[in-house]
Design a protein around this ligand. Structure first.
Ligand code: NAP
Length: 318
């Protein structure tokens, strides 16, 4: 175990983690970022990002994250591409382990993000960014006058479909059941939109196309029949899973495993620190607690908030 006690250890290196790194570095807190072996988060898997403010012509996801990283490093953030294997928040200083190595910290910012649930189809992964997507606000623009499907029956699927109707000519929602998990209001909105149609009791068996999506193969679960549908894009909206396994038993998670922010009205201290978790001194930022917006820019905003709160909290402890 290193005897050094770090002011702040940031776990995760997407827009939330690296923004937190930038702000804490500029506050002279000398943050350590445990970025993960696969650093950079979900944007490393995307191509063109056109909705991150500041880039008139857009920017490639991996390029954007490299800029984020260099900017944080310029102010002294130490960033290691290591995977955290264990945390101990039961006593102070907090302990964050990478295998046998143990880092100690006064404050921790959790920014491990969430991962898209994919269908697990043979061709799906290789066509991501080539017609397969999980983010309509990011990619709808590329489907102007095209035909797309959205897979899923929850609010995300309805929202993705509605967003896509602004560009695509034809949006089919493929859902595996007849009943929806989506709220009535979202479902009604989708049903009222003339561009949206529904393919129910159906499962996508594969995505067709070599270099780009050309169609999908679907199976009707009631009669077992299979057919091919020519489309240009497939949006998968079957949920996300937060990267919180290592925090189980250490901080409070909600029923879906997302990190809970705690605003205990009885506790004066917690009320003062917006991004604090159930453990004082442990903060959260980005998709690991936010399943609603899930945008790079909102994650960066949360990273900034967590950093400012952590800075104030560390000061209050001195
Ligand atoms: P969700 O509510 O869990 O819905 C996931 C949907 O995907 C379900 O319909 C599920 O089918 C389907 N699904 C799951 N695994 C599948 C698979 N392997 N193959 C095919 N279909 C599969 O997830 P979500 O829609 O992402 O929403 C997450 C949370 O965010 C919810 O609380 C939601 O209300 C909220 N949200 C709110 C809004 C809004 O209010 N504007 C927008 C987006 C999200 P089954 O129904 O058969 O299980």
């Amino acid at each position: 175990m290193s005897n050094d006690i770090r002011n702040v250890v940031i776990i995760g290196s997407g827009p939330a983690g690296l923004t937190a790194a930038l702000y804490t570095a500029r506050a002279d807190l000398k943050p350590l970022v445990l970025a993960g072996v696969k650093w950079g988060g979900q944007l490393m898997l995307t191509t063109e990002v056109e909705n991150y403010p500041g880039f008139v012509d857009g920017i490639l996801g991996p390029e954007l994250m490299t800029v984020f990283r260099k900017q944080a490093e310029r102010f002294g953030a130490e960033i290691l591409n290591e995977d955290v294997s264990k945390v101990d928040f039961k006593a102070k200083p907090f302990k964050v382990s990478v295998g046998q190595k143990v880092y100690q910290a006064r404050a921790v910012i959790i920014a491990t993000g969430a991962e898209t649930n994919w269908l697990g189809l043979p061709n799906e992964q290789k066509l991501i960014g080539r017609g397969v997507s999980s983010c309509a606000p990011c990619d709808a623009w590329f489907f102007k006058d095209k035909k797309v499907v959205v897979v899923g029956g929850g609010d995300s699927a309805m929202e993705e479909a509605l967003t896509l109707t602004k560009f695509a000519t034809d949006v089919s929602i493929v859902h595996r059941r007849e009943q929806f998990r989506a709220s009535k209001i979202m479902l009604d909105r989708a049903r009222a939109n003339k561009k949206i149609s529904f393919i129910l009791n159906s499962e996508v068996m594969d995505v067709l196309g070599k270099d780009k999506v050309e169609g999908i193969k679907i199976k009707n679960k009631q009669d077992g029949s299979a057919r091919e549908l020519a489309i240009d894009g497939m949006f998968v909206a079957i949920g996300h899973h937060p990267m919180t396994d290592i925090f189980r038993g250490q901080i409070e998670l909600d029923e879906k495993g997302y990190v809970k922010k705690i605003r205990n009205p009885k506790s004066e201290i917690r009320n003062q620190y917006n991004m604090m978790t159930s453990v004082e001194g442990v903060f959260v930022a980005g998709d690991v607690h936010d399943y609603h917006y899930r945008q790079a820019v909102t994650a960066a905003g949360y990273g900034c908030q967590a950093a400012l709160e952590a800075e104030r909290w560390i000061e209050s402890q001195e």
